[in-house]
Write a protein that binds this ligand. Structure first.
Ligand code: NAD
Length: 400
């Protein structure tokens, strides 16, 4: 790609540690920010031997820890407000976020409420958080969302049809500790859905259109294509694609777990500054209608979204094909090969390949396209534009 118009920007935690054993760093990282720690923990993992051992090491370091396990699936806004009220008296100086994307997002929003008060709805969308929140040390136990390094948290609001994002530079954790050991217990479906979530982050980050910048105002929170994020996205694909099916088949495969954990982290580092596009815009309404997991929906849609992009960004898809092991020299042939390889991988890990299979009726497709168009920041960096007809044709292909 020509560099003349290229822009690069990254916004990341000051410390990022990855690899087996790096969880030993957590006490020192927390202690840099204070002694009073609020641990926001996935309720299922709160009694796991790894978390119990971590708590003991925090206490041995002299930290005062309050553990909060009120993280509910889908993060209803009311539960987050209740959580913030329940822990406010402990006045934490630093927050430990421990669990999958749900627990990390919950920690981000509790830390936001503690710093700025509610209601949470005033922070919906981009750049609405007015200033720094309590510092977060994020420790993921799934390899998928990248939330440990992104400025994003996703909630559900009973007044809204779809889940809604809160995105702000202040939501980027101060430290991310990615220890694949903590993902070894994740069951096959969680491994598949979260792993595909990460792969789609990388694919959409790498194929996003650039947001035009006029340099008179602020950099947008999400830039679309971005020269600093692009190599991270390709590296993420290189680490996830060959190893995800192995991690799903055998959760105790330490090599596969390490590769997918690293890939998920790199994908988060890539899409945090760029944003993602159509699979995400379409998954929000599809997930709301079918109550299927985020990674299942984005994984179902990604082959159809990339298929629509073959004629538009063939060189980008050809690069992806080479990372996936393709040797085809012609870009347009290689682009198609990349889409086929991604579709095969999604099928191999159990992602359904049609919207009909997950209960979407053909008559619902137009409404899904309309709702997806409301996600302006996502469709705004779509490589194939945001025409309702384009979205509908992608949905029809995915339904047939
Ligand atoms: P999750 O956090 O919802 O966890 C899914 C299930 O897996 C839960 O039952 C949890 O208890 C269990 N689990 C987690 N780790 C485990 C482990 N090591 N062993 C056994 N069980 C384990 O799943 P997720 O996919 O990590 O997160 C999904 C959420 O993240 C959604 O709300 C999604 O919208 C959001 N998300 C956020 C971002 C972001 O940038 N903030 C990006 C993508 C998705």
């Amino acid at each position: 790609d020509a560099l003349a118009d290229a822009v690069g920007t990254l916004r990341l935690p000051a410390r990022i540690h990855v690899g087996y054993g790096v969880r030993q760093q957590i006490p020192a990282l927390l202690a840099e920010h204070g002694r009073r720690v609020l641990a926001v923990v996935d309720p299922f993992l709160a009694t796991s031997p790894d978390f119990v051992a971590l708590l003991a090491s925090l206490e041995a370091t002299g930290l005062e820890v309050t553990t909060h396990t009120g993280v509910l699936p889908e993060l209803p806004v009311g539960s987050l407000t209740a959580s913030a009220e329940a822990v406010a008296d402990t006045d934490p100086e630093v927050v430990l976020a421990y669990g999958g994307g749900s627990a990390i997002d919950a920690a981000k929003l509790i830390a936001t409420l503690l710093a700025h008060g509610g209601p949470l709805s005033r922070f919906y969308g981009e750049n609405a958080v007015p200033g720094p929140i309590r510092p977060i040390v994020a420790v993921p136990t799934t390899a998928g969302t990248g939330s440990e390094v992104t400025p994003v948290a996703v909630v559900s609001d009973p007044d809204r049809e779809m889940k809604i994002g809160i995105s702000s530079p202040f939501l980027v954790p101060v430290a991310a500790v990615v220890d694949p050991e903590l993902t070894l217990g994740a069951p096959p479906s969680v491994t598949a859905h979260s792993g595909i979530d990460a792969l789609v982050h990388a694919l959409e980050s790498y194929t996003a259109a650039a947001v035009p910048l006029d340099w008179t105002g602020q950099l947008p929170l999400f830039t679309g294509r971005n020269v600093l994020a692009a190599p991270l996205a390709l590296e993420a694909i290189r680490h996830i694609a060959p190893f995800l099916a192995r991690a799903v088949r055998d959760g105790s495969d330490r090599e596969a777990r390490a590769q997918v954990a690293l890939g998920s982290l790199l994908a988060g580092m890539a899409f945090g500054p760029t944003g993602t596009h159509l699979s995400h815009a379409l998954q929000y309404p599809i997930g709301a209608i079918t109550k299927t997991p985020h990674g299942l929906g984005t994984g179902l849609m990604i082959p159809y979204v990339l298929q629509a992009a073959v004629a538009v960004v063939p060189s980008r898809l050809a690069e992806i094909d080479r990372v996936l092991g393709g040797t085809e020299p012609d870009d347009s042939v290689a682009a198609q090969d990349a889409v086929d390889r991604i579709a095969d991988l999604c099928r191999e890990v159990g992602i359904p390949s049609s919207l009909a299979e997950i209960g979407v009726e053909e008559t619902q497709l137009e409404h899904i396209a309309e709702l997806a168009l409301n996600s302006k920041r996502l469709v705004g960096i779509s490589p194939v534009g945001a025409d309702p007809g384009v979205l509908l044709s992608i949905l029809r292909a995915a339904h047939s």
